[in-house]
Design a protein around this ligand. Sequence first.
Ligand code: HEM
Length: 453
Amino acid sequence: MSVDQGSDSDRKMPRYHFDRHTAEYRERFTDITEEMQSKCPLAWSDTYNGHWVAADNRAVFELARSADVSADHDVNGERRGYQGISIPKMMEVSIRGGLLEMDDPEHKIYRGALNPYLSPAAIKRWEPFIDDVVRACLDEKIETGHIDFVDDLANIVPAVVTLAMLGIPLQKWEMYNEPAHASVYTAPDSPDAPRVLELYMAMGMDLFANLAEIRDKPRPGIINALAGLSVNGEPAPDMELLGMLNLLIGGGFDTTTALTAHALEWLSENPDEREVLSRDRDDLLDPATEEFLRFYTPAPGDGRTIAADLELDGKQLKEGDRLWLSWAMANRDPEIFHDPNDIVLDRTGNRHFSFGIGMHRCIGSNLARTVFKSMLCAVLDRMPDYRCVPENTVHYETIGVIQGMRYLPATFTPGPRVGAGLDETLENLQRICVEQELARPVTERKEQARIHV
Ligand code: HEM
């Protein structure tokens, strides 16, 4: 990775050889970030057919909110041929990544359909449900003194909760969370890739089956809202709906898993800070959550296409140029954050970009925070002396897509179970979901309903 001043035919632009899909990028993230921010916060990289990289807070802020920057993915070549938010393109035959690969006004229609399910009031209603799934996961392990925080907790809870919100039977969580997790860390040339692809296809078929079932016999949930959505007077096309569902699964599962695993690992390495956080939760839980989000930025960035020539800080960005918005690097900008490379649990005014910025800002942020806090607090309460096992911890080799973890084993002093195991709990929660229509939309600002589990 290196900087030089080059030209692209008539265009002078700072160049930086930037490849976020390499292990080097993960290992040298801090150095690369500092180098780019000091020398070329908006640079052209020759990788993946060439693209701009926005690496500081200002460039990311300006470009993410610009009306001249597009997220559109024109998979059928019907508009301007833009390639959406993945650099490089994820698969040869692709479907659009839901509303995240749409521009307004289309984007607004699909986002409007999700809002009543993911607003703060809607998420509040799910809190007892979420706490109960977390409780059951810990009960499965609490008597043994051993847990893998990824496989046994952080990988399960977001999956179960997302399925419940979609209106998919909870017992299917394993069919969904394995492909969602494995497809992020499995390289296309890995011997395991065909197996993961097969699992992914099976998940896609099941999504379609659920969509068909719900069309036939409606049941509450996000799928029901999407099935009834009309776009310009026509029902939303099935392929767009599948893209939406894929996005909700991709957005909802591994990101929250990654955040939780990193926070638990850091708290194991910093037991004094863990004690302070556990003791002063009323004051510290919220700022600490934002700080873990900032520091670990589980979704490190997203791609875009320049939709009209524009100039930023003397650099000419041309229509059709690809652009990478690095939320992760912007989150370490020393102009905005003091001691950007330290975790400061009580950091104030933490305006991080971990949920993005602009019209595509994460619609699942309320849910992500709630699920994260539930998992973190339950571990602090029930496994207060846990220690992670560094020699068996496995981080993703690269952080190009998700800054995540495969395994985070830990030991702790065993304790008593307080409720049913996971299978029985999910059966019970499935019944509650149906009886209380938990997955119905919330349009009232003040939603008082609560569930009792
Ligand atoms: C810690 C957890 C999460 C992180 C770090 C995260 C991060 C992000 C980021 C950075 C974006 C903006 C992408 C862009 O502008 O290109 C985004 C958008 C989105 N996220 Fe999340 N997300 C998380 C959890 C969730 C959850 C739990 C859900 C859903 C249940 C979700 C659903 C979405 C959707 C649907 C969008 C697209 C919004 C739009 O295009 O208007 N995310 N997320």
